[in-house]
Design a protein around this ligand. Structure first.
Ligand SMILES: [Zn+2]
Length: 470
């Protein structure tokens, strides 16, 4: 069978099995598999466990041989031949959050060619596309000399301890793709450098002082809001300075009375830390404003000026930290200051940097560390290298060809600032299942998957399995 033949047979297969596929996806999406508390035999709580076991039952029903890795991960093998390809997806979901309008988060429905519900696109839908791809290859008796394994995890969203558990006892297949992203192929993931910067010092009571500054709650989100409390200053003066900072940054400020002084609220725009240019960092704009106010000179004001020098508003590349690096493969290093907390005698800033492939200890970590320490702060750090898979390999070329055949558009390689399931694998890439230009509200309210895209993904995966395991 050549690829064109196969494509037609698979397309027909998924058209015939569409309603069955949707029913299976609904079954998985009805399970609230947000991470819960540990229980014996349920390492991530009831929900992720139930989703994992339900998916395992489906794999068995469709003729796969399954294995359970201590209820962290299940695996389903297409055959007992030598394993060539792993497909890595996950059954846990992020919390439903607020603002659902089309349906309740765990009551999946089909509407206007889409299926709505938590997990429909991240990642239960793509997992179903992969499972049905394996099922189709099996039921259509595509002749293969090698095997493919579906690996389903249950802790992707909160630390990926599931796959660590799996790979502690299993080796990676010669090739792995993860349908937990978008098409076409993401073969480059930046590294990550997290900075936890603090200073503790003797608290001084002065006449005009900052009592409190708070912005951000999550380490990988640009803070869209921040506030400060200041005593001893006139509100008109603050308002004048705020206007100037607002014009420069686009962050708006409002001033109100607080029991112990004046409260300044800053409103910018939150964004993912991997894309700080999409946001307006309210905490950094507020820090800039505080630093131009005529506060009484003291240790705190000096340290805050230093902090503002290290993290000036709009420096999303780490210029001031001396760690701005970029390359063609991954683009520039980004830096996002995500959580700032200032109290009398205490200053803390947590930053999340996604480092370019060209970033090294020498050109990134060391200069930042030196700059931060010289400014009078302590630094705790975590550093993770980047992930690159050769875009010219047979593996990647085959994935792109299968994608192009089905979608009828030119494929290309993508680099991301995010870190996925395959980050620590030697030969793993992200591959679909969401269309390149589709925003499925993953992690937000009204998450959905376009049903035609789900079927197309299944065809692409079935073709890829057929080619790679031929
Ligand atoms: Zn995911």
């Amino acid at each position: 069978m050549d690829r064109k033949d196969l494509k037609e047979r698979f397309t027909r297969y998924f058209n015939e099995h569409e309603s069955e596929m949707i029913e299976d996806l609904k079954t998985l999406c009805r399970i609230d598999s947000v991470r819960g508390a540990y229980e014996a035999g349920k390492p991530f709580g009831e929900g992720p466990y139930n989703a994992l076991m339900t998916a395992m039952g489906m794999c068995e029903r469709y003729g796969m041989r399954t294995a359970n890795y201590d209820d962290y991960v299940i695996a389903a093998d297409l055959s007992d031949k030598e394993r060539q390809l792993d497909i890595l997806a996950h059954m846990d979901v992020v919390a439903p959050g607020e603002g659902w309008t089309v349906t309740e988060p765990f009551d999946p429905i089909v509407k206007d060619g889409r299926i709505y519900g938590r997990g429909t696109s991240d990642d239960k839908g793509p997992a179903i596309a992969a499972l049905y791809a394996m099922r189709a290859v099996k039921e259509l008796s595509v002749p293969l000399s090698k095997s493919c394994r579906l690996i389903l995890g249950s802790d992707e969203e909160c630390g990926m301890s599931d796959v660590k558990h799996y790979y502690a006892v299993e080796s990676e297949a010669p090739m792995t793709f993860s349908p937990d992203s978008e098409f076409p192929v993401t073969n480059v993931e930046k590294g990550q450098f997290r900075m936890d910067i603090t200073s503790e010092f003797e608290e001084e009571e002065t006449e005009k002082m900052l009592l409190e500054l708070c912005g951000g709650t999550t380490i990988n989100i640009v803070p869209g809001r921040a506030y400060a409390i200041i005593k001893g200053l006139d509100d008109d003066l603050i308002r004048d300075e705020a206007k100037k900072v607002s014009e420069r940054t686009g962050v708006s400020f409002s001033i109100s009375a607080a029991s112990n002084g004046l409260r300044i609220d800053a409103e910018g725009q939150s964004a993912h830390a991997a894309h700080p240019d999409d946001g307006k960092n309210a905490a950094l704009a507020l820090l800039e404003l505080v630093n131009i106010l005529p506060l009484t000179e003291c240790r705190q004001t000096r340290l805050l000026k230093e902090l503002g020098r290290l993290f000036p508003y709009g420096d999303n590349r780490g210029q001031a930290l001396g760690m701005a690096v970029e390359d063609e493969l991954s683009g520039p290093t980004t830096v996002s200051a995500d959580i700032i907390e200032v109290k009398p005698g205490y200053i803390s800033l947590k930053a999340d940097s996604r480092t370019a492939v060209a970033a090294t200890e020498e050109n990134t970590v060391k200069p930042a560390e030196t700059t931060i320490r010289e400014a009078g702060f302590e630094l705790k750090k975590t550093v993770k290298g980047s992930h690159v898979v050769d875009g010219d390999s047979d593996f990647i070329r085959t994935l792109l060809e299968c994608y192009e055949d089905v979608k009828g558009v030119k494929g290309h390689l993508v680099s991301t600032g995010g870190s996925t399931y395959v980050h620590d694998l030697k030969n793993g890439v992200a591959f679909g299942a969401v269309g390149e230009f589709t925003d499925t509200n993953m992690h937000g309210p009204d998450e959905f998957m376009i049903i035609d895209e789900l079927k197309e993904a299944a065809v692409i995966y079935a073709l890829s399995i057929s080619e790679l395991c031929r």
